[in-house]
Design a protein around this ligand. Structure first.
Ligand SMILES: [Zn+2]
Ligand SMILES: [Zn+2]
Length: 399
């Protein structure tokens, strides 16, 4: 990780985070069987302390106020001995969790709101094709991104697709699904039905592949190779009314009574190979872009709901109504008191905590929540006023 923050930045971030845990510690969610969870606390120095244990929520929140970590994680697994090394912990099942992240969505808009910050001269610019800083030519660049409303809609759409898989294909009741905004560029979907906790890594990998649509072939709807006639159609005994069979046949506009139509469709496409390619396109499009590694790992630690995300200063928060959920408002929980920052990007428009900001000046007084957001994203630095001269003290350039 490239360090983009000055000592002054870290000072301000720690004040903001400590205030949050002191005043809003009640937002931190207690995981079930807290004494059986492994915790991890990430410091602002980028060092993660793992294998920690807390026997009560009060003890955890007290630690968060005292230590002020940048990020707080808890295992989805329950262990007999959470503080021991992995092989000695005594695994007792793990919550099934899915991760949907902007990086996996190929959103076209991302380029227009991605920024590069030069660590040599401290200027930022919209990242385009330039590999080096247009101002000083340095190659010492850190990338950052401010997601837009279109990104959020794209993520929500993917979460809704996942909900449909979980409820209609897997049979999980909707009230047993907890959907959280991660506080930065994604959503975490937690399955609260404990009957899934015993699934091992292999079973989770199969489930993830099914949801991604990996390995779903034309065979699924009964189209197979035939040495004499190129292909053969024999619809599955269970019909085409469920799961992937239904998704694919709906998209192709066929049913069990339209064998002739399907046959013509395959011929029109140019044969079996072309048809298989068409099915692969459909499954890629209709599958959910989950990060399968996250779902498969049964020893992972996950951001704890109700804690701050160090990459943004926003809170990981439960979305009770996904359609109306606005991450730029509801998850922004830091205080409104004013701080001074030096913005490193010439012009910046954004919306946060119900307010619109149009930043044109280099030195600006902004609410704490916005200052923390920009500093966390590498697009601003904290500044102090010199009590003697009344001028801004500009911290020395970043390390
Ligand atoms: Zn530069
Ligand atoms: Zn976007």
């Amino acid at each position: 990780m490239i360090l983009t923050k000055t000592g002054e930045d870290l000072h301000l971030l720690k004040i903001a985070f400590r205030e949050f845990y002191f005043n809003q510690g009640n937002m931190v969610e207690e995981p079930s069987k807290i004494q059986n969870r492994e915790f991890g606390l990430m410091g602002f120095d980028g060092v993660m302390k793992r294998h920690l244990m807390f026997s009560s929520l009060g003890g955890l929140v007290a630690s968060l106020i005292f230590e002020t970590p940048s990020d707080v994680f808890a295992s989805n697994a329950q262990y007999d001995f959470p503080t021991l090394p992995i092989s000695e912990k005594g695994w007792r099942g793990a919550e099934l969790i899915f991760d949907i992240d902007l990086k996996d969505l190929d959103m076209k808009c991302i380029r227009s709101h991605s920024y590069a910050s030069c660590l040599s001269c401290s200027s930022s610019y919209v990242s385009g094709s330039q590999e080096s800083c247009p101002k000083c030519g340095s190659n010492n660049i850190a990338e950052s991104m401010l997601p837009c409303d279109r990104c959020v809609s794209g993520l929500k759409n993917e979460v809704l697709k996942l909900h449909r898989f979980l409820t209609s294909d897997i049979g999980i009741r909707p009230e047993m699904i907890g959907t959280y905004f991660s506080g930065n560029n994604g959503f975490h979907v937690h399955v609260l039905d404990e009957s899934f906790n015993d699934l091992d890594s292999r079973a989770r990998a199969d489930l993830a592949a099914y949801i991604l649509g990996v390995g779903i072939l034309a065979d699924a709807i009964g189209v197979t190779k035939d040495t004499r006639n190129d292909f053969r159609i024999r619809f599955p005994i269970g019909g085409l009314d469920h799961g992937w069979r239904k998704r694919i046949s709906d998209r192709l506009g066929i049913s069990v009574s339209s064998q002739k139509r399907l046959s013509n469709l395959i011929k029109d496409l140019g044969g079996l190979e072309q048809f298989r390619r068409r099915v692969a396109e459909i499954t890629r499009d209709m599958g959910v872009r989950i990060d399968s590694q996250v779902t498969t790992d049964v020893h992972r630690v996950f951001r704890l709901p109700g804690t701050l995300n160090g990459k943004s200063g926003l809170t990981k928060i439960l979305c009770t109504d996904l359609n109306s959920f606005d991450p730029f408002d509801e998850s922004c929980q830091l205080s409104n008191r004013e701080v001074t920052v030096r913005v490193t990007i010439p012009k910046l428009k954004l919306r946060l905590k119900g307010e619109r900001f149009n930043l044109n000046e280099e030195f600006v007084r902004v609410p704490m929540f916005l200052g923390v957001y920009l500093i966390s994203k590498g697009l601003a630095h904290a500044v102090r006023l010199d009590p003697g001269t009344g001028r801004f003290i500009v911290p020395a350039s970043t390390p």
